[in-house]
Design a binder for this molecule. Structure first.
Ligand code: PFF
Length: 451
């Protein structure tokens, strides 16, 4: 195994790795469908406000905790709290969130892996443009036993291999390779989608705000999506923050990551909506947009559609891979540090545990669908935990911790690299951390719980 550096090699490396974590299924699968459900352009405006005002602030906060402490999620809070007892409990909450997110993420990533196969071996093309057949294919696949489990396991092994490679030679190198590839793939798809007949209607849908379709539910979804998309509220950015070189500017690093993540989400919308409109489909198709509607869109493109289908699902898998890597790294590095386990053992143990949980969640859609808790299948239960309860709760605890527990002087010192760079934005940041973000997250949590 490679020697373990405990930091990224450069600011570019740190940005690439964190963009790799942020850009994932959330950008390419989730953002377009919720944007479609809640009013296209109107949703986009609200989302942009949340991403920069709340998401980026949370990311900076996690970076401060990670880099200041030079520790991973399970111990970072305690170190930054300087001996005040009990704060590590937020780290535990973060890791629980991370565990459940990764287990569910593996299921969806497994589907993506399987769809690459279906695109390449002609299965998707053979379904033609029969919407019913395409949906049936997805439904019967997702509830089946072996194939989703096999694909999930293959994907999880890929994630493990990169994490075992270490911070610089594994995570950083893979991110530097895959992120440019991802941008290239999404651009190819955008060009194809934007040059289809009637593509303009899709662009209009994405950018012309129609506030009548933006409900309160949509505003909450925008906030939840902003957190998920920037990978905050799960302790992941604490671990990556602890790897950021000491001379890097945390503010500009967080802004770059936020801007890149948002750009990829918008480009994904541009790759999807014009094509969906051009083929006459419903943009409000929900979670099935990618697995049920898009295959139909590709099949309508004729012969070249197979190639675009393969490109799309490879893009989705690449995005999912770098995100899943950050989740496994967060779990493995935190446990390795806390319990003094070798990195190899820690990574293997968490790989086994999260894959096993992923298998159970996958089977709970079919063979184990009779097992219910509070009337929900295990998959629906974990989905609810991951979207409504855990990330906002961890994020709320983190922001209260930074705003009200960590001494102001320490936060300033860390953001200004010990007084060597200017932080004119600080009063605004402080206000957002102490008041705006906690209030927004409390509203989200209460509304979600009342649900
Ligand atoms: N940001 C990822 C996405 O948009 O798909 C999801 C994610 C990755 C969340 C890593 C949390 C995390 F720690």
């Amino acid at each position: 195994m490679a020697t373990q550096q405990k930091s990224f090699s450069s600011n570019l490396g740190a940005i690439m790795a964190a963009v790799g974590s942020a850009v994932g299924l959330g950008n390419i699968w989730r953002f377009p469908y919720i944007c479609g459900q809640y009013g296209g352009g109107a949703f986009l405006i609200v989302y942009l406000c949340f991403v920069f005002l709340l998401g980026a602030v949370l990311m900076m906060s996690e970076f401060v905790i990670g880099r200041r402490s030079q520790h991973r999620t399970l111990q970072a809070y305690g170190v930054v709290a300087k001996g005040k007892k009990g704060w590590n409990v937020i780290g535990v909450l973060g890791l629980i969130t991370c565990f459940f997110i990764l287990s569910q993420y593996l299921v969806l990533s497994g589907w993506t892996t399987s769809y690459i196969w279906d695109a390449v071996d002609g299965t998707l093309a053979s379904l033609g443009t029969d919407a019913g057949a395409i949906s049936d294919h997805f439904s019967s696949f997702s509830v089946s036993t072996w194939r989703p489990v096999l694909c999930l396991s293959i994907f999880a092994v890929l994630v493990l291999v990169v994490v075992l490679g270490g911070v610089q030679s594994g995570i950083e190198s893979v991110s530097k390779l895959l992120m440019p590839l991802l941008v290239l793939l999404v651009l190819v798809l955008c060009v194809r989608s934007l040059t289809l007949p009637n593509a303009g209607r899709g662009v209009e849908y994405l950018f012309m705000p129609d506030f009548s379709r933006l409900t309160g539910q949509g505003i909450l979804a925008a906030l939840g999506q902003a957190l998920f998309s920037l990978s905050v509220g799960m302790g992941a950015m604490i671990v990556y923050g602890s790897y950021i070189p000491v001379k890097d500017n945390l503010f500009s690093t967080a802004m770059w990551i936020t801007a890149c993540d948002t750009l990829i989400a918008v480009l994904s919308g541009l790759a999807i909506f014009p094509a969906v409109f051009s083929c006459g489909f419903d943009p409000t198709g929900g979670p099935g947009l990618v697995f049920c509607v898009l295959p139909n869109v590709f099949n309508m493109m004729g012969g070249a559609g197979v190639v675009f289908a393969a490109i799309f699902f490879i893009l989705l898998m690449v995005a999912a891979l770098t995100s899943a890597i950050s989740l496994l790294e967060t779990l493995a590095a935190s446990c390795s540090e806390r319990f003094n386990w070798k990195r190899l053992n820690s990574s293997m143990a968490l790989f086994v545990l999260t894959t096993a949980a992923g298998v159970v969640f996958s089977l709970s859609l079919g063979r184990l669908s009779h097992i219910k808790i509070a009337d929900l299948t295990l998959f629906d239960l974990v989905d609810k935990l991951n979207s409504i309860y855990l990330p906002p709760l961890t994020a709320l605890a983190t922001i209260i911790f930074l705003g009200w527990v960590v001494p102001d002087a320490d936060v300033r010192d860390e953001l200004s690299n010990h007084g060597t760079i200017k932080i004119g934005y600080y009063p605004v940041f402080r206000f957002l951390v102490r008041f705006v973000v906690p209030v927004a997250l409390t509203v989200v949590l209460i509304t979600g719980i009342k649900g």
